[in-house]
Write a protein that binds this ligand. Structure first.
Ligand SMILES: Cc1cc2nc3c(=O)[nH]c(=O)nc-3n(C[C@H](O)[C@H](O)[C@H](O)COP(=O)(O)O)c2cc1C
Length: 366
């Protein structure tokens, strides 16, 4: 049994190492992803770092986009390298909405959102990692919301050109789609605000247009049905109903997987989360499609337990994949993990990015 594959996926991880100017992925991205892409030792599939679909979608310095030809060509290096080792990679499509700063926006404009209310929180705006408060947003006009939906569709088409196996729509962690979804943020009175049905509209329209562009079997969606009290103003008056309804809407579109961020830290599960997850699981029951991926604070033991109990079809690991390119092998064979280091998460170069050894490398070096 020891050698049987575990369905371990690599989580989307922003590392802020895109080439400037132009926010273009490089050879180093290709090396980094390929190191983690071996389906027997590394990830069964990788979700790329969050990738803005348009210039307004950026909220942090040096995040690689997918809206120019140069970026598409840059990503081709990564998809080629991943496929060469037999791996699979989905592009995480991103729009940060109000989680941005004027200095990262075209012409120094205000970031856009569902609302004019400031989200709180900080971002980094340059290569030195200077941290500043996010800027006050401008609410998108109704016609502009339709444009955003279109930008996601076009970006998904570009992902196919770049050689990705599919896309994951970033609907989690307080960014634009969540800014439309949650009742405590969305204060609009047009067709995209008010009722739950209206708040779901952007999320489902994006999923629908991407599915028709590239195929539902190539489309996934990330959600985080947790309160996110850490960053102010992410309230929803009925988390369970909101997220269960979204999951049902996505399942009706027949998308390939839902990726559920269940927590930000090891061993912490918010009250009410189990009920939400159970309803999402019902909509995404697994099998050959409609996979439920669980992530956030998982360990070897909790991942194994979740898989054995069939609570999910795959477990998605983030930070442990940064410092353990052969994470699946280490989990499966109960080998020790190399601890990650926060200081090399974002910005910088090769150090802390492409220099993490596999267990085999470590043993040979010892
Ligand atoms: C350095 C870093 C970058 C991240 N970037 C993203 C991202 O681009 N998109 C996303 O959806 N989540 C992002 N996350 C969240 C992770 O995907 C994951 O949900 C989180 O790390 C919890 O999982 P873990 O306990 O396995 O690390 C990031 C987390 C970290 C630590």
């Amino acid at each position: 049994m020891v050698n049987q594959q575990w369905p371990i996926w690599m989580a989307p991880l922003t590392r802020s190492r895109a080439m400037q100017p132009g926010n273009i992925p490089t050879e180093m991205h290709a090396e980094y992803y390929a190191q983690r892409a071996h389906p027997e030792d590394g990830a069964i599939a990788i979700i790329s770092e969050a990738t803005p679909v348009c210039p307004e979608g950026h909220g942090y310095f040096a995040t690689p986009g997918i809206y120019t030809e140069e970026q598409v060509d840059g990503w081709k290096k990564t998809t080629r390298a991943v496929h060469e080792v037999g791996g699979k990679i989905y592009c995480q499509l991103w729009h940060v909405g109000r989680v941005s700063h004027v200095s990262l926006q075209p012409n120094g404009n205000a970031p856009v959102s569902s609302t004019t209310t400031l989200g709180g929180g900080k971002t980094y705006i340059d290569a030195k990692g200077t941290r500043v408060k996010t800027s006050a947003p401008r609410a998108l006009e109704t016609a502009e919301v339709h444009d955003v939906i279109e930008k996601f569709r076009i970006a998904a088409g570009r992902c196919m050109k770049a050689g990705f196996d599919g896309v994951e729509i970033h609907g989690a962690n307080g960014y634009l789609l969540e800014q439309f979804l949650r009742s405590g943020i969305n204060d609009r009175s047009d067709e995209f605000g008010g009722s739950l049905e209206n708040r779901l509209k952007v999320c489902l329209e994006i999923a629908k247009s991407i599915s028709s562009e590239i195929g539902a079997d190539r489309t996934g969606y990330r959600i985080s049905p947790i309160s996110g009290e850490l960053e102010g103003g992410r309230f929803d008056e009925n988390m369970e109903e909101t997220y269960a309804s979204l999951a049902i809407g996505l399942a009706d579109l027949d998308i390939a997987f839902i990726d559920v961020v269940e927590s930000f830290s090891v061993g912490v599960r918010e009250e009410g989360l189990d009920a939400i997850c159970a309803r999402i699981r019902k909509a995404f029951p697994g099998g050959d499609s409609k996979l439920y991926l669980a992530g956030g604070g998982y360990t070897r033991e909790s991942a194994r337990a979740a898989l054995d109990s069939k609570r999910c079809d795959g477990v998605i690991f983030g930070r442990d994949f940064i410092s353990n390119p052969d994470l699946q092998k280490r989990l499966r064979e109960n080998l020790p993990l190399t601890p990650w280091e926060r200081r090399s998460f974002y910005l910088g170069g090769a150090e802390g990015y492409v220099d993490w050894p596999t267990f085999e490398d470590e043993s040979e070096g010892a």
